[in-house]
Design a protein around this ligand. Sequence first.
Ligand code: ATR
Length: 293
Amino acid sequence: MRLINGKTRLYCLIGDPVQHSLSPIIHNAAFEKLNINAVYLAFNVSKGNLKKAVDGLRSLNVAGFNVTMPHKVSILSLLDRIDSLAEKIGAVNTVKNVDGKLVGYNTDGIGALEALKRNGVKLKGKKVAIVGAGGAGKAIAFALAQQLEKFGGEITIFNRTVEKAVWLEKSLTETFDVKVKGLKLSDLNLKNELKNVDILINATSVGMYPSTGKTPVSKNLIKPNMVVFDVIYEPLKTRLLTEAEKRGAKIVRGVDMLVYQAAKAFEIWIKKKPPIKEMFKAALRTLKSSKEL
Ligand code: ATR
């Protein structure tokens, strides 16, 4: 048990709701492992209270915080500086207090790329399909485009609301020298486009607990040589991942992205190598102990 004393630094999460977030579990496990005199708490902050909450965090000289729904976009105007990738994405999930100035970052997309990398997936020259153009889809698409600009490759984005996919195509091609296509999420478009795809990423909420019987992509479109990555971490293995595995595809689980986005935030705050193993153990212990998984 860590000792809390007058020098203990506070890190926290602000969002609504936050009660079921795994961030406190993951970060406190990391603090404990590295013997860092810090605690991580979750605060429920409603939409109308965001400015007051951020003013309060400033006044209390909180060391850093994570931001989740519904504040990831509205937080931008309340910060002093925004990292260039977070600015391009237009969303912040991590804030660091640097000598009283609040600096915003987005670790969701880099967390996803790290999850792919740690699972042995190479991005160079790859054709990637992202299903979903909401917060998670956008963050992944920007981080990916930044990488593929260096390495070569292509991105196709599918979204139920086609306008968001088209906006993302425009925005990415204006920002990065990379080939991007934005399409409506439909069986026909998936059938036509997934033929040569190397990496398929689900960034929608389709298949998330409790709707575990659903999948965004039917199993006959999945090829054995594909990598299939689902950002959903509850259940640990979604229907999409179960079916992909049966088809012989390599799978990457959402819990990996969850842990690596936290690890990136930890690195930004603490400037130390995050104890990944402990962070995984803490997340998996909690996810496995929750029912129906
Ligand atoms: P997050 O931050 O988790 O990405 P979000 O911004 O609300 O959450 O985005 C949810 C994503 O899941 C969106 O791409 C959404 O599609 P729309 O933009 O059309 O709303 C997608 N989504 C949610 N339910 C869906 C469904 N039943 N079928 C297809 N896509 C769905």
